[in-house]
Design a protein around this ligand. Sequence first.
Ligand code: ARG
Length: 460
Amino acid sequence: MSTKKLWGGRFQQQASEWVDQFGASISFDQLMADEDIEGSLAHVKMLGHTKILKMDDVNQIVAGLVGLREDLHAGKLEFTVENEDIHMNIEALLTERIGPVAGKLHTARSRNDQVATDFHLYLKNRLPKVIDEITTLQKTLVEMAEKNVETIMPGYTHLQHAQPISYGHYLMAYYQMLKRDKERFVFNMQHTDMLPLGAAALAGTTFPIDREYTAKELGFAQVYPNSLDAVSDRDFALEFLSNSSILMMHLSRFCEEISMWVSHEFKYLELSDAYTTGSSIMPQKKNPDMAELIRGKSGRVYGHLIGLLSTMKSLPLAYNKDLQEDKEGTFDTVKTLLPALKVFNGMLKTAKPNVERMKAATENDFSNATELADYLATKGIPFREAHGIVGQLVLKGLETHQNLQDMSLADLQAASPKIEEDVYHDLKSEVAVERRHSLGGTGFDQVRLQIKNAKQELGE
Ligand code: ARG
């Protein structure tokens, strides 16, 4: 049988045990215990500052909350399902300790603005960690790019050899993705750094509260300007989930490539033993489990985004209990994202590119076909026509099992008399890469420029 509720005044019957079990959020929202106490401390100080409560009461409540916080950190607080959620658990514990004066804490406040405040604080405290982990990974990418400016590898489109590129250029592409990810999380902070407290249940309060004071106490940049919006908005969490989904998508793409590249067919990359696993049956195996797991975990993060979007869809203003569903997916996303970034960083930092193998892959294909077309175009042949000539040569090469650079000058000249001895220089993959000086291209100078700019962005 359920115990008497803090809100039990108007009820004649006790809540069914199912209401307790099904309705309670304490199993997961206790993660916001610190934030809840912090929010209450700021709120009660504001109540004293505005003389809504007497300082004597305020001091007792503050002392009680501080004591609770110490016990929380010492792992000594025990929460109960009967007390439903973290807010009522903390209030019940406070009442146990300091008596009925604890009941004054909830003056001019509702659980609706309280939970929104806790949730904002929770994310506000974690966003900087996410941003830091992204920065660490960006630094790793730059460091590795710097070592691999002149490492030549095949560039792909449609997963077919397209044109040779610099491995450093490839790594810097991910740097750019992470840069946008970081910008999104920084922007996310603006909407997270807003205080809902003071909205009360939905309409504000008749008490002469000072919301700016509370905001300052809690370190919020601003307060929500509309009380209805304050208690029903979860955009900041949706943005977080959306940003996290995009970030995980980026990591997942990289992980997919890593998984291919460590395979026997590619062998472009060798992962460190420290970031791989063996097989229980096949002694030779060295599996890229971490890459696969990060790729796999992107799915659950997308799921949390779709979950919350679906919860929010059609929700009438203002608070509805549906909103309690906002937390688990968000908590799990934080719990997924931070280690995924850490593990990815370690895996990448210790991965060794197989420079010879990557380069060789650009020499045993037709990825220099564009070079030959460009060569002919430079000699005055319209590019379309040049494209056709090279296409014919590729066809011939496929029949005779020869790459373009292996064909005799006579054979090449049979296709176009404009071709001369210097063509062999242009057909070298390192030359093809090095010469791509266009802004943002894979030319060594351009990759070095990207690295230089990135270092500046990272304050290095
Ligand atoms: N546990 C609730 C939640 O997470 C707290 C707010 C409850 N408010 C209410 N009116 N029932 O959303």
